[in-house]
Ligand binder design. Structure first.
Ligand code: NYM
Length: 212
């Protein structure tokens, strides 16, 4: 176990609708990998701690209004401002568990009617994940879990559209996990797959850029 300083970390992304369990599973993965002695960090997008992130946060909480294209580009800028740190972390052996990434960007904006290709364009050149988990849940089931807050997008009608956009977006490399299973069962499935991925990256799997 452990990791040597020569090998790179893995970029692991969790995607899914609001209330699909991404945040709990991300922190469980963090604990798991830490327990095995890996260098690992938990990241999330939007990263609300930056200036751009604060603009996003204010938009999401309905404190400001922005044109759909503008907010899309801010979400993307929020990933771009973290790209070089992300690359440094990965290259120096730290695995990153990332709660939402470019796919959220494309799914949520295309659910509003923006074109897929337009939505993808600003994401080109960001680091490509080594592993994408999709926590699969029916929008109705997610809504039943309650806890939809007052943030933008947290409405069943809209989540249905987002769900459809994710269907179009995902490819064969994504690991689709049934998010309605018991929490511990999901956790076990993620653990196995993440470990495989971390090993492959340690053994020299090259880092790539989106979209590839
Ligand atoms: N969201 C998130 C987007 O619309 N585009 C993006 O690029 C990202 C990363 O922000 N409803 C949306 C999805 C969520 C909202 O995310 C806030 P979270 O995970 O609730 O903090």
């Amino acid at each position: 176990s452990g990791c040597n300083s020569e090998s790179r970390g893995a970029l692991v992304v969790l995607e899914g609708l609001d209330r699909s369990g991404k945040t709990s599973q991300s922190s469980r993965l963090l604990t798991y990998l830490e327990g095995l002695g890996h260098s690992v960090e938990l990241w999330r997008f939007p990263d609300r701690s930056t200036n751009v992130g604060q603009m996003i946060s204010s938009y999401l909480s309905n404190k400001s209004q922005l044109d759909d294209h503008t907010i899309h580009l801010l979400f993307s800028a929020n990933r771009w401002e973290k790209r070089s740190l992300m690359e440094t972390k990965l290259k120096t052996g730290t695995t990153l568990i990332v709660d939402r990434y470019s796919y959220s960007g494309v799914a949520f904006s295309s659910a509003k009617g923006l074109g897929d290709e337009w939505c993808k364009a600003p994401e080109i050149g960001l680091l490509a994940p080594d592993l994408v988990f999709y926590l699969d849940i029916q929008p109705e089931k997610a809504a039943e879990r309650g806890g939809y807050g007052d943030e933008k997008y947290e409405r069943l009608e809209f989540q249905r559209k987002v769900s459809q956009c994710y269907q179009v977006l995902h490819d064969a490399s994504w690991k689709i996990v049934d998010a309605c299973q018991p929490i511990e069962d999901i956790e076990k499935q993620l653990q196995e797959l993440v470990l495989e991925c971390v090993m492959a990256c340690q053994k020299g799997k090259p880092l790539a850029n989106l979209w590839s």
